[in-house]
Design a protein around this ligand. Structure first.
Ligand code: 3EB
Length: 326
C-alpha cells in the first residue's frame, strides 16, 4: 500500500425488504442473510439462512454491499465472496460429524483461519457464531463453554488482543449445526475495548476454562465501527439478573461508553446504527424496542431476533454496525 492510498469504502451493511433472487442479480452484493424465514432455494454462495427467528417476521434481508464487482465461490465446506478488498465467508458444521460442539468449533475456526490467511484479504474483522442450545449443560460442560474450547483450539497462533469483533448467540431451533460467518479485509482494522468491561480474553476462571476470544468492537477505516455482542456485563459480572429493562439500560451504557472510547463525535447510537437485538424471551420484544427507541429516537430498522445469550442470567444482547461521523 502506498502512503497516499486511501482506505477502501467500507462494506455497507443494512436491512432491506427485498427478495434474495432480485438482490443476487444486482452488482456489488457481497452477502445476503435471511433470518428464520425460508429462503428461495437459490444456489448462491452469498446467501445464508440464519436459524434465528425474527420476533415479528418482517421480510427484512441483511445485505452487505460493495461499490465494486463481486466474485464468489465455494471451497469444500466453506463459501465466500470478495470484492478484492473485503471477504465474506461462511461455514456450517454438523456437530455430530465432529464429535460434538467442541470439535465442530475447532473445525470451523481451523477452516476459516486457513482459508482467510491464504487469501488476499487475510485480516478477520468480525465473526458471528450461532449454535443451538447454547446454555445446555452444567458448569464447564455448558455448550457455550465447550464452543469456546474448540474456538480457541482453532484460533491457535492468533495473537491475543488482535482478536476480531464477534457475537456468539444460541439458536432455539434444535438443529445441532454450528453456523459461523464473518468479514475479512485486505487491510487490518483496529480492535477496540470498552473501559466499562473487562476484556473478554481476561475473564476469570469462573466463566469457564477457556476465555472467549473477541474484541469489543473493530474500527474499520476511519468511519465504520463493527460492534460485538454487547450485554449487561460490567467488569466481568452480569448485572440485573431477571430485569430486562435494567439490562437494556446497562447495555446502552456499555454501547455509549464504547462509542465514546472509540472517539466518536457523538457517543450516541443514531440513524447511522444498524442493530440486531437478541432476546432470550421474544415476549420482551415490545418493551425492549420501546426502551431502545426512547433512548435513540432516530434509530433506523432493528432486527429483533429470538436468541439465547451465552450466560443463562443474561436476557438481551445487542450487536451491529455504527457509522462514526469523521
Ligand atoms: C459478553 O460480554 C457477552 O463468545 O464470541 C459477546 C460477544 C459475548 C461475543 C463470544 C460472547 C461473545 O461476554 C457474551
Amino acid at each position: 500500500m502506498s502512503a497516499t492510498e486511501s482506505p477502501a469504502a467500507p462494506v455497507r451493511i443494512g436491512y432491506e425488504k427485498a427478495s434474495v433472487v432480485t438482490l443476487a442479480g444486482e452488482p456489488g452484493v457481497l452477502a445476503m442473510f435471511g433470518f428464520g424465514q425460508v429462503l428461495p432455494d437459490v444456489d448462491d454462495p452469498r446467501v445464508l439462512r440464519v436459524g434465528l427467528e425474527p420476533v415479528q417476521p418482517n421480510g427484512l434481508i441483511e445485505v452487505w454491499r460493495s461499490a465494486n464487482a463481486v466474485t464468489c465461490g465455494r471451497a469444500d465446506d466453506l463459501r465466500w465472496s470478495t470484492d478484492g478488498e473485503h471477504l465474506f465467508f461462511a461455514i456450517e458444521v454438523d456437530e455430530a460429524a465432529h464429535d460434538g460442539i467442541t470439535g465442530a468449533a475447532e473445525h470451523a475456526y481451523h477452516r476459516i483461519n486457513t482459508f482467510v490467511a491464504a487469501s488476499a484479504t487475510p485480516f478477520v474483522l468480525r465473526l458471528w457464531n450461532y449454535l443451538d442450545a447454547i446454555n445446555l449443560g452444567d458448569g464447564d460442560t455448558e455448550r457455550y463453554r465447550l464452543f469456546c474450547d474448540g474456538r480457541a483450539r482453532g484460533m491457535r497462533g492468533i495473537a491475543q488482543s488482535r482478536y476480531p469483533a464477534a457475537s456468539a448467540i444460541g439458536r432455539q431451533d434444535g438443529r445441532r449445526v454450528l453456523q459461523v460467518y464473518g468479514l475479512a479485509a485486505r487491510l487490518p482494522g483496529t480492535p477496540m475495548e470498552n473501559p466499562r468491561q473487562l476484556s473478554a480474553w481476561r475473564y476469570p476462571r469462573q466463566y469457564g476454562p477457556t476465555s472467549p476470544t473477541f474484541a469489543r468492537a473493530m474500527l474499520v477505516g476511519p468511519t465504520q465501527l463493527l460492534i460485538s455482542g454487547t450485554a449487561a456485563v460490567v467488569g466481568h459480572a452480569s448485572k440485573h439478573h431477571e430485569d430486562i429493562v435494567a439490562q437494556v439500560d446497562e447495555t446502552l451504557a456499555n454501547l455509549e461508553s464504547l462509542l465514546q472510547h472509540t472517539g466518536a463525535v457523538s457517543s450516541h447510537l443514531d440513524a447511522g446504527s444498524c442493530l440486531k437485538v437478541y432476546l432470550r424471551d421474544p415476549s420482551d420484544a415490545a418493551l425492549v424496542e420501546r426502551t431502545l427507541r426512547a433512548h435513540v429516537p432516530d434509530l433506523g430498522d432493528l432486527l429483533l431476533l429470538a436468541g439465547d445469550i451465552c450466560r443463562a442470567e443474561l436476557l438481551v444482547e445487542i450487536d451491529g454496525a455504527h457509522t462514526l461521523i469523521a
